[in-house]
Design a protein around this ligand. Structure first.
Ligand code: FNR
Length: 338
């Protein structure tokens, strides 16, 4: 039996060497609060590339300063960010991994001084700031910030761009009827709520011809919120608009109690893959090689995104290979002692 976890995957102009993706994870480690790559990022991401992950997805990186979750987020809102990102790309690629970047705007979940933005002036929860309802100019300026960010990502040499439209951040806030109460062409009907994401994708695609992923929250876990069936419809639209893969996460749009269990979001990736006929990524408590292999062999997803287990074990691909009886080649300098 071939082990699918270590089979390459071709997406557009790139070939991922295996199906293991380091899930985007904010490190809140820009200590100068300028959004620039620091030594920590270089070490942290490159070590997972040495560990043999096929694709390293760099954390949510803000397309504008007010789009950060915290002052210590990575940023890509200025040309001065390119240099550090270029170095990060070079170091990760030198270890044989592909590298992507998650472009993000935190919307009403920004925990910053000053004005924060959202489709509607509703706070995430008590004690959090009430955002300003975005006007036409704000909408235009953020769409254009995503485009500029994509240009910078291209210049830095990234292989993949992922648009962060999950976890209750700005793009997700436009999609969900729980957070979008607008009366203009960006609110109301399902198609209207999708418009902002669609325009962001179009702007990104106007400067980016590489693989484009979108991370979604496939369920709001709320009776009046979005369900996976809504995302099947949107995934069909996204496919038509040139998205290559849907990275299927869930929740965090409104406060909701969820009880995660191993593979708790895999069913979303499976349904969207089958019903929208698009590549998907599965994420969420995927921790064992055999579990990842089951997901891939049964055609439930095309990539597995690993978060916390890769924080605990940067060599997880090696751990999984041993579990699955696969002979994984070591990084060259380790050839005699892997
Ligand atoms: C995350 N997660 C996350 N998701 C995302 O889309 N962008 C991000 O920047 C972050 N940041 C982040 C930081 C940290 C420290 C953690 C633990 C998580 C969510 C992450 O990518 C993943 O979806 C979840 O952690 C579930 O996968 P695991 O950890 O169960 O494999």
């Amino acid at each position: 039996m071939t082990i699918k976890l270590f089979e390459p995957l071709e997406i557009k102009n790139i070939t991922l060497k295996n199906r293991i993706v380091m899930s985007p994870m904010c490190m809140y480690s820009c200590h100068l609060e300028d959004g620039k790559v620091e030594d920590w990022h270089l070490v942290h991401y490159t070590s997972r590339a040495v560990g043999q992950a096929g694709l390293i997805m760099v954390e949510a990186t803000a397309v504008s300063p007010e789009g950060r979750i915290s002052p210590r987020d990575l940023g890509i809102w200025d040309d001065s960010h390119i240099e550090g990102l270029k170095k990060l790309v070079k170091m990760v690629k030198a270890q044989g991994a592909s590298i992507g970047i998650q472009l993000a705007h935190a919307g009403r979940k920004a925990m910053l001084e000053g004005e924060i933005l959202a489709p509607s002036a509703i706070a995430y929860k008590e004690g959090m700031k009430t955002p300003k309802e975005m006007d036409g100019e704000d909408i235009h300026s953020i769409i254009s910030a995503f485009g500029k960010a994509a240009e910078r990502a291209k210049e830095a040499g990234f292989d993949v761009i992922e648009i962060h439209s999950a976890h209750g951040y700005l793009l997700n806030e436009f999609l969900s009827p729980l957070t979008n109460k607008r009366l203009d062409q960006y609110g109301g009907s399902f198609a209207n709520r999708y418009r902002f994401l669609s325009e962001v994708m179009a702007t990104v695609k106007s400067v980016w011809d590489g693989p484009l992923f979108v991370r979604i929250s496939a369920s709001d876990y709320h009776p009046d919120g979005l369900q996976v069936s809504d995302y099947v419809t949107m995934a069909r639209w996204m496919k038509d608009e040139g998205v290559d893969l849907i990275d299927c996460s869930s929740g965090a749009v409104v406060p909701a109690k969820i009880k995660p269990f191993p593979g708790y979001q895999v069913a979303f990736a499976e349904q969207i893959k089958k019903e929208a006929d698009i590549l998907t990524g599965a994420v969420g408590l995927i921790t064992a090689g055999i579990q990842a292999e089951e997901i891939l062999q049964n055609g439930r997803a095309d990539l597995v995104f690993l978060g916390r287990v890769l924080l605990r074990d940067p060599y997880w691909p090696r751990t999984a290979a041993r579990e699955l009886g696969y002979d994984l080649s070591p990084p060259t300098p380790y050839e005699r002692g892997w």
